[in-house]
Every structure is written in C-alpha cells, then in structure tokens.
Design a protein around this ligand. Sequence first.
Ligand SMILES: [Zn+2]
Length: 390
Amino acid sequence: MRLKNSFLFIVLFFFTTSLYGSKLEYRSWPKGESFLLFLKHKNISKDIYYNLDDSDKQLCAEIVAGVRYEVLVENNITKQYLIPINHKIQIHLRKEDIGYSIDFIPIVVKEHQKSVSLKLKTTLFSDIYTKTKNKALAAQFISLFRGINFKKMKLDDKISINFNTYTRDGKTFAWPRIISASIEVGKKRYYQYLNPKDERYYDKKGVSKSNFFLKVPLKYKRISSGFTYRRWHPILKKYRAHHGIDYAAPRGRRIYASGTGKIIFKGRKGGYGKTVIIQHKHGFKTLYAHMDRYSRAKRGQHIKQGTLVGYVGSTGVSTGPHLHFGLYKGSRAINPANRVKRVIKTKLRGKQLVAFQKIVKTQDDILQKVIEENKKYDISKDIKNSCERL
Ligand SMILES: [Zn+2]
C-alpha cells in the first residue's frame, strides 16, 4: 500500500513538473523582421540559414509579417519554433544538443466545408457578413460576380455559397475559398464554379471572363526556372519548391509592373535581394526580386500596369542576372504562368470541359439543397501534408 502511494506521488510529481515546465506560446511575426534578424534576436547561429540551398533561402524570405508562429518552451529552454511560410509549409527550428536544426515540414490545417444561403435584405455585403461573420467571404463573393448589376436585385433574391474555411489550432488560417456560388438577379440566376485545375472561376458553360490581366513584366531571353509547389523529393529527402518564374535577362533590363496596383514593399528581402511587391485588386500581389536597382516609384504609391519598377540584377541569393517574378493570392503562392497572358476570356474544351462539368453537377446539387432547405452545414476534416492539393 505504502509503495503504491509513493509511486502515485512520483507519477504526480513528474506530471506536474512537465506541465509547468513546458508551455506553448503563439507570437506574431514582427513587421520588417527578416529570418536572419530573427535568428540574431533569438541567439541562433546564422549558419543554419547560410547552409540552406538557394530555394530554401528564398522561402525563408517569404514569411509574412503578422503571421502567427508557435514557440515551445521547456524548462525555460526554447525547444522548437514553427513558423508558417504559406498555408502548407512551415519552418521547423528544433533545439539540438548544440544549437538548432532547421527543416521544412507540412502544416496540418483543418478544412471546414461550409454552405450558406440567404435572401437579400439590405446589401449583399452586409447580408453575407451578418450571416457568416466573414468579411473576406463577402468581398470574394462580390468580386466573383463583378460585371453583374447588383442594383437590379430585388428584395428576397436568393444567393447561396459553398465554401471552405481553414483553421490551424482552432484559429482562422488563410483565406476562405469559394467552391461554387449562385446569385439571383430579378428572375435570372448566375453561377460561378472554381476549377481546381487552374484555380480560376467559370460559369456553367465553362467560360471564364476574368477581367484581371497581368502582363509579363519584362522582355526576357528565356525562362530559366518555372513554378513548382513544394513537393517531397524522395531521393534528396527534402521539400523542393520554386514559388515564381525566373526570367533570364541581362543586367539593367527594365522591369515593369505586371498589373495596376499599389507598391506595398520596396527593399531588401532576404534571399530575394532588392525586391518590390505590388498589391493588386482581388487580393493578388506580384513580387519582383533580385533587382539591381529600383525605379523612382515609392512605397505606398499607386501605379499603373507597365510602370517601371526596377532593373534586372542579381542581388540576394542568385547565380546570375534574372528576374524572380512571384504571384500571390492572399499569402498563397500561385503559378504566374496561368495569369501573365492577356486573356479576356477562357473557354474550357475537351477533357477539361468534361471534368469541369462533373464539378458543376455536384456543386449544383449542393447549392440547390442549401437554398431549398435553407440549411447550413459544416464538415470539418484535417488536411495533412496538402502539398499536392489546392
Ligand atoms: Zn526564382
């Protein structure tokens, strides 16, 4: 009996010390903090950065200010940092016997499939917001149906949205994503569906009338490196990725704004060297890296498509003069190759159209159900290592 009690005591003792000894904290990535600066502040050797290969160094430059990162402290020693780069991958810094190790690991995100339907009562934006408490969703819905005259809508006209939201550790992570949506204007019903193959929205007939054009930002010799999402490389046993297009061009070649927008960043950005970032409509951002020098356009300035932003160079981590051109929707890197053409209309054909029509059928059933039953549903599931998806 005595033995049992002392055993229980020991167990409790260890349990409580480990409970009090370790804690998980969440912090916000400070504005203007580079990864190197972060290492310096945390007294972590910069060698772990310098030993990375070029593509990993560039990824370290993609940490977004304000992002929530995780710190695990045990007995006053920081055991690990988890810093998200995008919605899929995070930097993992782990305390070793000597110093810290670095690797890149997938983020576990919970995907929530949601639907909502409502009747117009006040304005589109405030009706959607009132029902979902999601401003980004309301804004996305409106931009999805731009070109439609909302003023022709009548009271009680119906809208329905089928969308996903994402959470990490119970908190909102990344933007909501509309999968399909419909809107009634007078007696006419309009639809938009996301085609996951190219991340664009199409109407029922497979026509995309995206009025967002981006231009190739320079005259280039060749594309020296294309876009890839992070993929696990089984031989190298690491993640490989390239979040942009590299255009090889001579030093000093002029770089122009790919689209109309506002300069939100101008300065050095880790492995990207001299960099300019432009914020465009609908949550798009373009990034121009490794510049030799900038143009006169200032941070905060609104510029038109085709405005000079800088000159080709090889600053940062770069093997020769080229432009690294990145495109983002929110904080997600997307392939510029699908966007940097002057496309007004795209029509799906052949196999692509057949695959898309299947999506339309499934989505129509859901949208119809949501409207009829005025039902809300929420299916949540974990997406682990979603590298090949989205
Ligand atoms: Zn590049």
